[in-house]
Design a protein around this ligand. Structure first.
Ligand code: PHE
Length: 496
């Protein structure tokens, strides 16, 4: 019978007997159960012709020894037969001549088939016996499990003649698209079917309106990018424009000197800063000549009413290349450009980008992180303006309780650390740093003397870790990041 004929036979059985068990089908069709499973699978692959539900069935199988006994009779029957054929026999001979006589003899004794005389010879007790071990094993072999009493099965199991197996059978019933034909239902109506009229007789597959769509493949934004977007929106809403932050490599001049950071300042040490070996230096011709002179003067001699640091300022220190340690280096470049304009106009700038520090790495520190920086440049700004702008900035993040602590930065005076109250953690946490840029920084650039700059900076990682509940920064950035966590983390909406 070819496969299709068998499949149709199965369908016919299902039509009249639904549900029918696969074991029953195997018996009806005279096939091994596994073969029937194969046929059922091929029916299932052709649409919704049938439905199957698994039904575990307990059954028994003979072990190799059980199979041997089923073929040759039990060991006790063999002992009985030997005595019957050979008459009274010394026990020693029985043991050596009859295979497996040790078990066979004791069972034959227990069954009352033979007995041992005083002289140690074995004689028959009964002439005819019924070898029910073999009979029962034969029944099991023929799958007549019910005809063998449970205690017998258990006894055979103990004697390792029988083993219990759990077979997964299937109850087979009619499926939604049951039919006696193997023709696959069409999934689509084609132009050809309309043209040749075959659509009239074709079977069509029903639409499955419950099917889930295929998830579209798409990129996933890293949490830092999502939080960055939110901060960018806040700045844009507040009328700030974004500074260009493309240069990770910076000269010491813009990173430190322009910011009135003396050349002996500990932050300029290789312990805190990554210096470049190649190219080691920026050609000093790339610095604005007059500006460099004014920076040198304010550091070494003082100017504009400041006495400066009074040390020997060296251009060789200013040309050293480094990975920028803060985005304030970039702010300095923008302020210098602003000062060069013919007419000064107030501006509000921000940037969010990477900076690099030679830090000891731990759960909250990496050697590179992102800084959020904002600056307002206008006439006659005061510390009150800085505090005011910080309140309006942080209120857009849903933070309304702020505290300020006096701090020190070489380029700001006064300087303030910013703390906010975190209701979740129920404590004040440091969120940033701020201040008013010093005249020693602004005046060499050429900004009008009554123009002030208020500025603040914070890390992007910290709010991202709080927002996405990461305790370890390495779960957020670096090789240990779980891609699944990037795929699954929700969009960022800072609770405003
Ligand atoms: N540059 C400072 C830092 O790296 C942050 C800051 C920016 C401080 C602007 C004051 C003003 O921590």
């Amino acid at each position: 019978m070819d496969e299709d004929a068998i499949l149709i036979k199965i369908l016919k059985t299902v039509e009249t007997k639904s549900p029918v068990n696969s074991a029953q089908l195997a018996t009806d069709l005279g096939l091994v159960h596994n073969t029937v499973i194969g046929h059922l699978n091929s029916l299932k692959s052709r649409g919704d012709l049938i439905e199957t539900t698994p039904v575990p069935v307990q059954s028994w199988e003979l072990t190799d020894e059980g199979e041997f006994i089923s073929q040759n009779g039990s060991y006790e029957a063999a002992v009985h037969k030997y005595i019957k054929d050979n008459g009274s026999t010394p026990l020693g001979d029985v043991m050596s001549k009859v295979p497996n006589a040790k078990i066979g003899f004791s069972k034959a004794m227990a069954n009352g088939w033979v007995k041992k005389e005083k002289d140690n010879s074995v004689v028959l007790v009964v002439d005819e016996i019924n070898d029910d071990v073999k009979t029962n094993l034969d029944s099991i072999k023929a799958k007549n499990y019910a005809s063998v009493p449970l205690e017998k099965k258990n006894e055979f199991k103990k004697r390792k003649l029988l083993k219990e197996v759990v077979l997964t059978t299937f109850d087979v019933s009619k499926g939604k698209g049951f039919s006696l034909s193997l023709e696959k239902p069409e999934t689509e109506l084609t132009a050809e079917m309309i043209e040749d009229g075959s659509w009239k007789t074709k079977q069509f597959k029903n639409y499955n309106f419950d099917a889930l769509g295929v998830p579209p493949t798409r990129g996933h934004l890293h949490p830092l990018l999502k939080v960055r977007d939110e901060f960018r929106k806040i700045f844009l809403e507040m009328g700030f424009s974004e500074m260009n932050t493309k240069n990770y490599v910076e000269s010491s001049f813009w990173n430190f000197d322009a910011l009135f950071q003396p050349q002996q300042h500990p932050a300029r040490d290789a312990h805190d800063t990554f210096f470049l070996t190649n190219p080691k230096d920026t050609d000093s011709k790339n610095f604005p000549e007059k500006y460099v002179k004014d920076v040198k003067k304010v550091h070494s001699e003082g100017n504009y009413g400041s006495q400066g640091y009074r040390y020997n300022w060296l251009i060789e220190d200013a040309t050293k290349n480094l990975l920028r340690t803060h985005t304030t280096a970039n702010s300095a470049r923008h302020l210098y450009e602003l000062a060069k304009r013919e007419k000064f106009e107030p501006v509000k700038y921000f940037s969010i980008d990477k900076v690099f520090r030679n830090e000891t790495l731990d759960a909250t520190h990496l050697a590179e992180f992102n800084q959020i920086e904002g600056l307002v440049v206008d006439y006659d700004l005061t510390l009150g303006d800085l505090i005011g702008v910080l309140y309006s900035f942080f209120s857009k993040l849903g933070i309304t309780q702020l505290q300020f602590k006096p701090a020190y930065n070489p380029y700001t005076e006064p300087s303030m650390e910013i703390f906010c109250f975190h209701p979740g953690l129920n404590k004040w946490i440091e969120v940033g740093n701020s201040g008013m840029f010093r005249p020693e920084m602004l005046l060499p650039m050429g900004l009008p003397p009554n123009v002030n700059v208020i500025a603040w900076g914070l890390s992007l990682e910290r709010p991202a870790m709080i927002k996405y509940k990461f305790n370890n920064i390495r779960d957020l950035v670096g090789p240990k990041v779980q891609l699944s966590s990037i795929y699954e983390n929700p969009i960022c909406q800072l609770d405003k």
